[in-house]
Design a protein around this ligand. Structure first.
Ligand code: PLP
Length: 399
């Protein structure tokens, strides 16, 4: 292998698209062009002393796969590089990453400030799991002026945000949140799943650490459940013992799939950014569409912040038709676009939250979660934008 790839000495100067292809190669101990899948739970000690040393090490890659694994190590180097972080950890799911990243930050008596529009699993962590352990969370509207500052207390140790938000694509000003938190000695953690690090790099905006559902844009092909966390080396060393104890490590095969997905992140997301913008423009001018939520549209409330902090406006959008029945009928009328949860893959997916994910809620609870009865959420894939627009056009005409 070329020395530059082995030592990462050129990574610093290469464009981000080049780095996506090569980051992690330095962990490849073989001449295979891709890092092999080390499908092994355990690794052989050279000697008694070697075994004793490894058992004392932080995050060794050749001891036991829950502690670390050579395939996972290569992935983690790529994850750190894509987020511009000193270090990263890979997990078996986005939820494993989220829970494992939050737990070392809190103890009984501490307080968290979180955005009110998080992925439901993280909201449940803050609302149901942490209060019995003595950790309370205040939820705020991240788009409201001064909301984070008003919610801070002397006990606040963590601000947790996710941007763009589900399902209204509300934008949080990451730089402002980071500055406020730093001035109060509060740690900031951002879920960067929806934007993807191709579009937003929260650490460059002052956020302390990020997590991901790598199931989505990082993996990119709807074929793996995985998670990631990235930040300073010191923070990662603080989180790793919790990964070891909670046990949410990825399988070596999933780590390999995720590493492969990352290589094409830039290409995929550039295309998704462009197609989502075209589709959002089409939908916003359609007479049956009451409202289109996309930060790339100038009338979106977060448009100016998004222009400042995002390289592209992302592949997620939402729009509203007149009623619950109309939303359901529209989904059934789509022919190319697939009706399924999740996001960030190569195929365009749409969901009608009011009749699926949010169906158990009352209409009033749905309104509070910003889910109107006719809201449709779309994850734009890699199909031709014209084909996607044609599919929504015929569904809006017939559905
Ligand atoms: N964060 C966000 C923004 C998500 O959309 C999801 C899943 O949809 C998660 C976290 C949880 O990730 P996973 O399903 O990989 O556990």
């Amino acid at each position: 292998m070329k020395d530059d790839l082995k030592t990462r000495s050129s990574l610093e100067t290469w464009d981000r698209s080049t780095r996506l292809v090569h980051a992690g190669a330095e962990a490849n101990e073989t001449s295979a062009i891709t890092v092999p899948i080390y499908q092994s739970s355990t690794f052989v000690f050279d000697s008694a002393e070697h075994g004793a040393d490894l058992c004392q090490a932080v995050h060794p890659s050749h001891l036991y796969t829950r502690w670390g694994n050579p395939t996972t190590q290569a992935l983690e180097l790529a994850l750190a590089d894509v987020e511009g972080a000193e270090a990263a950890l890979a997990f078996s799911s986005g939820m494993a990453a989220g829970v494992t990243a939050v737990m070392p930050m809190v103890k009984s008596g501490d307080h968290i400030v979180a955005a009110n529009c998080l992925y439901a699993g993280m909201t449940e962590l803050f609302e149901r799991v942490l209060p019995p352990l003595g950790v309370e969370t205040t939820f705020v509207d991240p788009a409201e002026d001064g909301a984070f500052e008003r919610a801070l207390s002397p006990q606040t140790v963590l601000i947790y945000v996710e941007t763009p938000a589900n399902p209204t694509l509300a934008i949080t000003d990451l730089e402002a949140v980071a500055e406020l938190a730093r001035s109060r000695g509060v740690f900031t953690l951002a879920d960067n799943t929806w934007a993807s690090p191709w579009n937003v790099r929260p650490l460059e905006l002052g956020i302390d650490a990020v997590i991901h559902s790598a199931t989505k844009y990082l993996g990119g092909h709807s074929d793996v459940i995985a998670g990631a966390a990235a930040g300073s080396r010191e923070w990662i060393d603080r989180v790793w013992p919790y990964l070891k104890i909670f046990g949410g490590c990825p399988s070596p095969h999933d780590a390999w799939l995720l590493h492969r997905g990352i290589k094409t992140l830039g290409l995929r997301v550039e295309r998704q950014n462009a197609s989502a913008l075209e589709l959002a423009r089409f939908l916003s001018s359609h007479p049956r569409v009451l409202k289109t939520h996309y930060p790339g549209l100038p009338d979106h409330p977060g448009h100016d912040v998004a222009r400042r902090q995002m390289r592209g406006f992302g592949g997620m959008l939402a729009f509203e038709v007149e009623s619950l029945d109309a939303g359901r009928a529209l989904l059934e009328a789509l022919r190319l676009v697939t009706h399924a949860v999740s996001l960030g893959g190569v195929e365009t997916l749409a969901v009608h939250p009011a009749s699926t994910t949010h169906a158990p809620l009352t209409p009033e609870e749905r309104r509070r979660a910003d889910v109107s009865d006719g809201l449709i959420r779309v994850s734009v894939g890699l199909e031709a934008a014209d084909d996607l627009i044609a599919d929504f056009e015929q569904a809006l005409a017939t559905g």
